[in-house]
Ligand binder design. Structure first.
Ligand SMILES: [Zn+2]
Ligand SMILES: [Zn+2]
Length: 333
């Protein structure tokens, strides 16, 4: 099969031809139709997350069809469409797993990080961590739901019932979570890089609300802010835009260092928290909700062989919506 392979962090992905993966216990083999590109992939490729499996096939927003099942795998039949998310395996035994917090499992393994992912023609995945996908979406449209959607949704849940919601960094996750938040009747305020009027226009079109640069104050205080940009300096910025009792939710897996700031910005019961990974319950809830909103994903298609170009566009901040790799369009050398 074709795959894009990370041999060493900090290097570009290499085109490779690999043997088809064989399914282990409770695993299914999936012929991949689409895999969305997430900022986390960029953190893995750029070496900002420690100790990835090497060589590694990145990608954790994979959509495809089951072609074979390993021993004990009975959940899906050949031809079924499934999604494979970031959460690839949990132990089921630790205190976190037993208390509904498998996203924090001490032995969790993640797709496209410790397990080979979806930048390939085929993959194997533990069927217990795969999801059926709503029929309302094409393969490419469904792919960004699997991380941008899921982790965006978990971030939104952490905002509680905040009515005035700020979103810092208007990329793939924001464009999905904003549709859910708007559907819930919240008022939205979107922040982009200063001067990025294209992203601000995109944000206004999706949210129907105010959009501006992250150096601007919102027209009214926020009850909660979600930060999807990997920029630690946005934490105090968002805190200053937040009303007493408000929460700042950091949705990414990696951020640059947080600058120090006066305690009075946190005072009045404001809080700062992060969101890590996902639980299978988050996924089931979100995938049931998405077609009801309905969430529409905006995708930019790339052939699998152009994974490096897709990552470069994301790194440069030149992406509105979500990049999606298509292995069937592969034009390997
Ligand atoms: Zn566990
Ligand atoms: Zn992701």
């Amino acid at each position: 099969m074709r795959a894009m392979l990370l041999r060493e962090p900090g290097r570009v992905l290499e085109q490779a031809t690999l043997p088809l993966p064989a399914p282990g216990e409770r695993q299914v083999v999936i012929r991949i139709a689409a895999c969305a590109v997430c900022r986390t992939d960029l953190h893995v490729v750029d070496g900002e997350l420690p100790d990835p499996k090497l060589p590694l096939i990145p990608g954790h927003e994979t959509v495809g069809h089951v072609v074979a099942s390993g021993p004990g795998a009975e959940r899906y039949r050949a031809g079924d469409r499934v999604g494979v998310p970031w959460l690839g395996w949990t132990c089921g035994e630790c205190a976190y797993c037993r208390s509904g917090r498998e996203n924090l499992c001490e032995r969790a393994r993640f797709t496209g990080y410790q397990i080979d992912g979806g930048y390939a023609g085929y993959t194997v995945a533990d069927e217990r961590f795969c999801f059926s996908l709503p029929d309302d979406y094409t393969d490419a449209e469904a792919a960004p739901l699997l991380c941008a959607g899921l982790i965006g949704y978990r971030s939104l849940r952490m905002a509680g019932d905040a009515r005035r919601l700020g979103i810092y960094g208007f990329g793939a996750a924001a464009h999905i979570v904003a549709q859910v938040a708007r559907h819930q009747g919240r008022s939205l305020f979107s922040f982009t890089r200063p001067g990025d009027t294209a992203a601000q226009d995109f944000a206004r079109r999706i949210t129907g609300g105010w959009a501006g640069g992250s150096d601007e104050a919102p027209p009214e205080p926020l009850d909660a802010a979600l930060i999807f940009a990997p920029v630690g300096a946005l934490v105090p910025t968002a805190l200053r835009a937040t009303a007493p009792g408000g929460v700042v939710v950091c949705g990414g897996i990696h951020m640059s260092n947080l600058p120090s700031f006066p305690y009075e910005w946190l005072w009045q019961e404001r809080s700062i928290r992060s969101v890590a990974n996902l639980t299978r319950r988050d996924a089931e809830e979100f995938l049931a909700l998405a077609p009801q909103v309905p969430v529409r994903t905006e995708t930019l298609l790339y052939p699998l062989a152009q994974a490096n170009e897709a990552l470069a566009a994301l790194r440069g901040g030149k992406m509105t919506g979500a990049a999606v790799l298509r292995p069937e369009d592969a034009d390997f050398d």
